[in-house]
Design a protein around this ligand. Structure first.
Ligand code: GRG
Length: 294
């Protein structure tokens, strides 16, 4: 199995599903739809829906019926990037190699584009046009998982602590809270909803969750490392901006951060060993997260 081909092919599947979702924005003002689409179809990795697809397939189930549900992860992730880039937050000009949403459309429209993507994600999750072949029980579970991960107990909670602890000493506990909520919560939910769609049993879901936690933390540690050592063109945004933030590199140093990253990738791989050959894609994705350059 060639992971690069897998990621490329699934990214196309995700983009096509997102395009279909966008056709349902029939009366949305043009400028708002343009701003949402500008960000949805910029060059992101689409790793969250791809993780959900891979987890579902690892359980031997086709992801086709769940694609719109899985793509709402990307809608919510995209909203978080738009708001994260705003002048009042990180004040970034560049995202995925292009002007940020507020640079391209103005701040007010960018705020609304984020609000729109977040709200429409929950409409898609509960719209019979997109969830026809998803049982009500699984549908409710997926909505809960995503809301829990995106909300104040997850990504938003982590983001607030990230902001509050800027220019402060902080601690390793605070750092862990920020990383596990701001970034890992959505990645863990991506894996969990894929596993739930694939009818994972309770014990199996625990293992998928351990995998999701490990890659989630690894993903943010790599983000911290890339901020120090990455290539701006590859990453597609301004780097060396996190010196005043709570980062792994600040609290542990670059070498220990890399060691921790390796340990987390190993832990992720071990957690899904029970899947055997069916877990190969998830294993490769964990290794990709530990080596990514963008
Ligand atoms: C403060 C108004 C206000 C909003 C905050 C909740 C929120 C909005 C932001 C969450 C913080 C955040 C952006 C977390 C994700 C961090 C991260 C590692 C982003 C990069 O993800 P990739 O590498 O990006 O998957 P691509 O571009 O590939 O999609």
């Amino acid at each position: 199995m060639d992971l690069a081909t897998y990621l490329h092919d699934k990214k196309i599947v995700v983009e096509n599903t997102l395009k279909d979702i966008c056709t349902s924005f029939t009366t949305t003002p043009g400028i708002l739809r343009n701003a949402m689409e500008y960000m949805l179809f910029s060059n992101g990795k689409k790793i969250r829906p791809i993780l959900a697809i891979a987890a579902c397939e690892a359980k031997g189930r086709s992801a086709d019926d769940f694609l719109p549900c899985f793509c709402t992860l990307e809608m919510i992730h995209t909203y978080s990037l738009i708001h994260d880039d705003l002048p009042s937050v990180d004040n970034d000009d560049l995202r995925r190699g292009r002007p940020t949403c507020h640079k391209a459309f103005g701040e007010a429209v960018a705020i609304m584009a984020g609000d729109g993507l977040l709200t429409e994600a929950f409409r898609v999750l509960t719209d019979s046009r997109f969830t026809e072949r998803v049982s009500p029980k699984v549908s409710r579970q997926i909505v809960f998982e995503i809301a829990h991960a995106a909300g104040t107990e997850g990504m938003v909670g982590g983001q607030v602590m990230d902001i509050i602890y800027e220019n402060k000493e902080g601690s390793k506990n605070i750092l862990h809270y920020i990383h596990s909520h701001k970034t890992a919560a959505m990645l863990r939910a991506s894996v969990r909803i894929g596993a739930i769609a694939g009818s994972a049993k309770t014990r199996e879901l625990k293992s998928f969750t351990r995998y999701g936690d490990a890659i989630g933390l690894a993903f943010q540690i790599m983000d911290d490392i890339l901020d120090v050592e990455g290539d701006e063109e590859m990453v597609g945004k301004k780097l060396k901006k996190d010196a005043n933030k709570q980062t792994y590199v600040k609290h542990y140093g670059i070498l220990a951060s890399k060691y921790k990253l390796e340990q987390l990738v190993d832990e992720a791989v071990k957690s899904i060993a029970f899947l055997g050959e069916n877990g190969r894609v998830l294993e490769e994705i964990a290794r990709f997260i530990g080596n990514r350059i963008s």
